[in-house]
Design a protein around this ligand. Sequence first.
Ligand code: NAD
Length: 508
Amino acid sequence: MTVDNQSAQVSGSLVNGSLINGSSFAGNGEEWKVINPADSSVVATLKLATPADVSYAVDSARLAFAGWSRTVPAERSALLHALATRLEERAEEYVKVESAQTGKPYRLCREFDIPGSIDNVRYFAGLCRNLEGKASTEWVANLNSSVRREPLGVVGSIAPWNYPFQMAMWKILPAVAAGNTIVLKPAELTPLTALMLAQDCTEVGFPDGVVNVVTGSGPVAGEALVSHPDVAMVSFTGSTKVGRRVMELATMGIKRVHLELGGKAPFVVFADADLQAAAHGAVAGTLINSGQDCTAATRAYVHESLFDAFVTMVSELFEEISVGDPRLESTDIGPLVSMAQRDRVHGFVERARSLGAVVHVGGELIGDPSGAFYPPTLVTGAGQDSEIVQEEIFGPVLVVLPFGSVEEGLALANDTPYGLAASAWTRSVLISERAQREINAGTVWINDHIPIMSEMPHGGFAGSGFGKDMSTYSLEEYTRLKHVAVDITGDIKKEWHRTIFRDRHAAP
Ligand code: NAD
């Protein structure tokens, strides 16, 4: 794959789909094309990984673990800082490739995906030198206890297509910062920036086999990775349906499991909210990444006194949004990731319409037919139990429903199988406190929706999975905790031996 800086085009030549043991690797499976969803052009052609290719990657990671797990944090930190510097230098190339494989606007890549991920690298470079734990002391007499935080071994990670670069980072960084080695399977729709990243890891000096990437299909390469006996931990981000399957396979091998799954974030606007702020927040929170964001606002519950004004305001703001060529500065949102995803999103809207829901804006296919474009769409009149309210759509669609009391607003927010993220809009301290406590979601924003930061944990509850990304909590998940207890007396006879010997060999 080459990036032509003059024309800002990414051209679709044959590339190797994997990077194993520090070297680019072709893969022995079927041929696969990475498609630009903005115009259906081929960005790259590659060969998918087979189970044997996955095994080769796991073997490389297993062999590399022996050395990597013995490096001291300062060494790992230095390599991560070197990686961050290299990514800063190549940021514009990453922007172009990320945009070409996903359809994301350059603006989003430049201002969010790429710099946010580089910040993650710097954060983990610092964090790995700062492991905390319980005090080492004699918790029982004459026995000094301490805890060791140790890496687990080979981590098998599987990532989705919606933020390919960022998701690769969320998988690779805590794993290698903690001293593990990794085999990452990116989504086959969008493997290119993960491959570039693995190449950059090699070039800044990560030892061969520490970071491996295999591009393959979920049922073939993904299942081979999750089931591999030498994989100690499975870290999966993707849909709840596939997460269930991944957990089932990992359970058979008694592996540590980390699951970041789907979301259906509620956006609750209470009667005292700042309506303008809520309307702007709803538009940005729904449309980020064309709605293909696991934390995107998808269900707005608006107090009945504000309902009509909110629908009008958000509809007007939706009308302003420019959907189009991701390379243009004037574009607000790009296409969806594929034609299949566009058709899936449209299917939700069409079925809701056929059941009597009202589509106030959007809801029709738009733009050049070779692109997977879908407009910002606002729907009212859907039932709380309908699929458009209950299921993850993953597109630029906001469903708005009214509520009466504070209790009802909070209950509706919790009324789906998911629990990833939510926001509450209010100027009342009391309602804010109640929302923080009562909403079942791993992130609750008050008067905002979407911002994430390297220092704070991201992860869901219930059908949205378990485990945390970013933050010190994620580093902990990629380690195991060992209790070490050391006798400090050298005595042959210990007091507690009385449980066996009674007084026959009593301590002096
Ligand atoms: P997906 O579940 O279809 O695929 C995710 C990954 O799993 C891909 O790499 C895919 O190849 C692989 N896969 C598919 N079948 C598999 C199998 N049988 N065994 C092993 N791996 C398999 O999800 P997607 O469509 O790529 O991504 C969108 C989903 O990801 C949404 O549900 C979204 O909410 C979720 N997501 C969650 C978070 C989070 O932090 N909770 C972040 C981003 C995306």
